[in-house]
Design a protein. Structure first.
Ligand SMILES: Cc1cc2nc3c(=O)[nH]c(=O)nc-3n(C[C@H](O)[C@H](O)[C@H](O)COP(=O)(O)OP(=O)(O)OC[C@H]3O[C@@H](n4cnc5c(N)ncnc54)[C@H](O)[C@@H]3O)c2cc1C
Ligand SMILES: Nc1ncnc2c1ncn2[C@@H]1O[C@H](COP(=O)(O)O)[C@@H](O)[C@H]1O
Lengths: 249, 309
């Protein structure tokens, strides 16, 4: 079966982002960028399905600037077969991304679409579910286990109370949680090989997708700083402070 | 045009997170209706009708909603939500699952995990693991929103007397089904609502050592949480993870034991009133957010703490 994986270019998760002095946005100049960690897990899951003989082809898609080709190449180096970049320099909201992905789903007709559960920049956690609604497909969100079983896929989901498994008819949408798998690193030969894998670049208009915005970023501020506390020298002092100073015990 | 709040529940009782979502609705202003979608959920509807400030409770009692599947609940909320200016739900794993689906059906964007209401169309929400707070204005006809419970004090569970009205289910397309679950069983309070949370990290070394934290927690009536490293290593189950991609907590007291304080962990607990860190590494970043830091070996400090409480 064909698997479609959506990957997003975001700030590297190790970078502590700063807010711009004029409070219009965060400052991303010269900041290290990478594939969203949840998307790495999505790629890894697709590659494992291919290794198991369940998946036959892995297509990766990203919507974003020209440089997002880097993240598609990374996915190709990890084992994806071909890439599609829907190129735009504009700021994207989830509904637009979901509509662009729907256009790709209509064209490619994958049996499984794997996305990350959340982008670590906007922390939205929306796109996979929106794609589910637009395509009319079932969704297994926050997955920690994916088992394809004939015409169905069983997805174990991480929920607030523990774990829940849902049985979805295929085609289906899965969004990944952290414990689904541990992504591999790309080897040098595979990075070289990935350079020759096909990467198609299209404009949103080619897919009939219009980039619309309904949200205005009024301002972006740094969170309230916690003032540095004190170091206590013993458990006794800690208990004493919590009782008499903080009054929380 | 009123506000529709979708109740969080397990068919038997109303989850407290609903009261925080209703508080956000009250901050927006307007008539507040609550939807209870479930199966055999009459008691939940009764509880919702008693909540202060609720105008009407809609009940969709149908097998399709027993397990809160995103597909069926998403369709129902889109159908009922058409007549409202705002649709709200708690930012739980349930709300996060169905509400983006609802938004897409209504052809609107969604605003995730708001922590403050600025006006009826403008909301504050953390982005970049809480390293920035964005104020977002929406021009969508219907505002679809999840509410981060730590941002809003709950409204009173008693004092209201709303009318309860049955609504019919939307046809189940039959594309997804519940296939089983493994729920954590614990007599300790839930992480989300606890006044005190004590969390362990990789420094705990194994699951058995978490017993030390359970003992302290039981003395304090606290909930027990964990870092991702502790969950990944299999010390404790996933529902205990605190952080950017786990649970967000803001108790009166948060005690971090053997946790380094990565930004992703801080994102889930740095709004706690008082933070205590116990770590043997005095350079650990957790100390930069701790009100009280104790540089010590946890295997000595925690048993001592237990004995002194
Ligand atoms: C996309 C993404 C999402 C993430 N989401 C989350 C999340 O939601 N929550 C989360 O927690 N993490 C999250 N992480 C992981 C995060 O980056 C850190 O890796 C993790 O929080 C580290 O956990 P830790 O502090 O327990 O472990 P470590 O960083 O290994 O720290 C262990 C600490 O224990 C101390 N220690 C060891 N032995 C002792 C002892 N005997 N006595 C006292 N102290 C001791 C050490 O000094 C050290 O500071 C995420 C990462 C990514 C990439
Ligand atoms: N611009 C994009 N291009 C490709 N995939 C995306 C994009 N934005 C979001 N996604 C996918 O949707 C997931 C969830 O993102 P979000 O809803 O933004 O939190 C990500 O992990 C990606 O898999």
């Amino acid at each position: 079966m064909k698997v479609l994986v959506a990957v997003k270019r975001v700030i590297d998760y190790n970078v502590k982002v700063r807010v711009k002095a004029d409070n219009t946005d965060v400052d991303l100049t010269n900041v290290k960028m990478a594939m969203n960690p949840f998307c790495e897990i999505a790629v890894e899951e697709a590659v494992r399905l291919k290794e198991k003989g369940v998946a036959t082809e892995i297509v990766v898609v990203s919507i974003g600037p020209k440089v997002a080709q880097e993240q598609i190449r990374t996915a190709l180096a990890l084992g994806a077969d071909r890439g599609i970049l829907i190129e735009t320099e504009e700021k994207l909201e989830s509904l637009t991304v979901a509509k662009a992905l729907k256009a790709v789903v209509d064209k490619e007709e994958p049996q499984l679409v794997i996305l990350g559960k959340q982008s670590i920049d906007n922390d939205n956690n929306q796109t996979g579910q929106m794609l589910g609604a637009l395509t009319g497909l079932p969704q297994g969100t926050f997955a920690s286990e994916v088992a394809v079983d004939g015409e169905k896929v069983n997805v174990t989901r991480e929920i607030d109370g523990g774990l829940r498994t849902v049985a979805l008819s295929l085609p289906a949408i899965v969004t990944t949680d952290l414990r689904l798998n541990e992504p591999r690193y790309a080897s040098l030969p595979n990075i070289m090989k990935a350079k020759r894998k096909p990467l198609e670049v299209v404009a949103p208009g080619d897919l009939g997708v219009e980039i619309k915005s309904t949200q205005t970023l009024v301002k972006v501020e740094a969170p309230a700083e916690r003032s540095a506390g004190i170091t206590v020298s013993s458990v006794d002092e800690l208990v004493e402070k919590l009782k008499t100073e903080a009054k929380v015990l | 045009m009123g506000i529709l709040v979708v109740a969080e529940h397990n068919n038997a009782s109303l989850n407290g997170a609903t009261l925080n979502a209703i508080a956000a609705a009250a901050a927006i202003g307007g008539d507040i209706d609550v939807l209870v979608a479930g199966k055999g959920c009459g008691a939940v509807a009764e509880a919702a009708a008693k909540v202060a400030g609720v105008a009407k409770v809609l009940v969709a009692d149908d097998a399709a909603y027993e397990y809160q599947l995103g597909e069926t609940v998403g369709d129902l909320v889109a159908e009922l939500g058409k007549g409202y200016s705002h649709i709200l739900a708690a930012a739980s794993t349930t709300g996060k699952d169905f509400l983006p689906r609802t938004a897409a059906i209504l052809d609107v964007n969604m605003i995730s995990e708001i922590t403050a209401v600025v006006s009826a169309d403008t909301f504050a929400r953390p982005i970049y693991a809480g390293n920035a707070i964005a104020t977002v204005q929406s021009s969508d006809a219907i505002k679809v929103i999840t509410v981060r419970t730590t941002g809003f004090d709950p409204v009173a569970a008693e004092g209201g007397s709303a009318a309860v009205e049955s609504v019919s289910a939307v046809a189940d397309k039959g594309i997804s089904a519940f296939a089983g679950e493994e729920l954590a069983k614990s007599d300790r309070p839930e992480l989300a609502g606890a006044e005190i949370v004590i969390s362990g990290g990789r420094g705990m070394q194994n699951g058995e050592n978490f017993e030390m934290l359970y003992k302290v927690a039981d003395k304090l009536g606290a909930a027990v949480g964990a870092s991702r490293a502790a969950v990944d290593a299999g010390f404790v189950p996933n529902d205990m993870q605190v952080g950017q991609t786990g649970k967000i907590v803001a108790p009166n007291l948060y005690v971090a034991v053997g946790i380094s304080g990565a930004i992703q962990h801080l994102a889930g607990m740095k709004d706690s009133k008082v933070i205590v860190a116990i770590n043997k590494d005095e350079e650990a970043p957790i100390f930069s957010v701790a009100d009280y830091g104790l540089v010590a070996d946890l295997f000595e400090a925690v048993p001592e703490l237990d004995s002194k409480l």
